[in-house]
Design a protein around this ligand. Sequence first.
Ligand code: IMP
Ligand code: MG
Length: 175
Amino acid sequence: MAKEKNQRILFSSKEISERVNELGKEITRDYDGNDIVVISLLRGSFVFAADLVRSIEVPVNIDFMITSSYGHEEVSSGKVDIIADIRTSIEGKHVLIVDDIMDSGFTMSKVIEYVEKKKPESIKVCVMLDKPSRRKVEISPDYVGFKIPDVFIVGYGLDYGDYYRNTPYIFTFDD
Ligand code: IMP
Ligand code: MG
């Protein structure tokens, strides 16, 4: 833990909540009254997902999936495991997968491949943060809070060494 390092705030909690509300409006408009199932990928997306679902105004079912993480700061390897599955039946349903950040894209492409087997009507992806310059597989989210450069992000659900997930703003460490 390097608590002594300087934090540089990238997005304040006000900026985050404004953007999340916009995303909620966009999603509400796009689904046009249809029910959706939100799948929140734990642990990183729990804060974002909690805010996002409260700004979505179509009927929402919420479920969670746990994917494996590898190390603290490293890029995820190509190997991603689903550690805990959803309990909701999604056959014929509109599914929105929510994650904190898309980096290499390995996690999301693995999750999509897995979720597709459950035969949903549609699958879309919403991430709070997107680092397109880091992509290792061809995938892009349908909804993005903020596009960011290749810096290590902490706060608003994202951890550094398992801490700071509860920080209400998004920051990076200046070193
Ligand atoms: P991907 O599989 O490389 O796209 O990585 C996605 C996962 O890696 C996210 O769900 C995060 O848990 C983690 N991750 C990627 N970049 C960061 C970061 O900058 N800070 C914290 N976690 C990150
Ligand atoms: Mg994660």
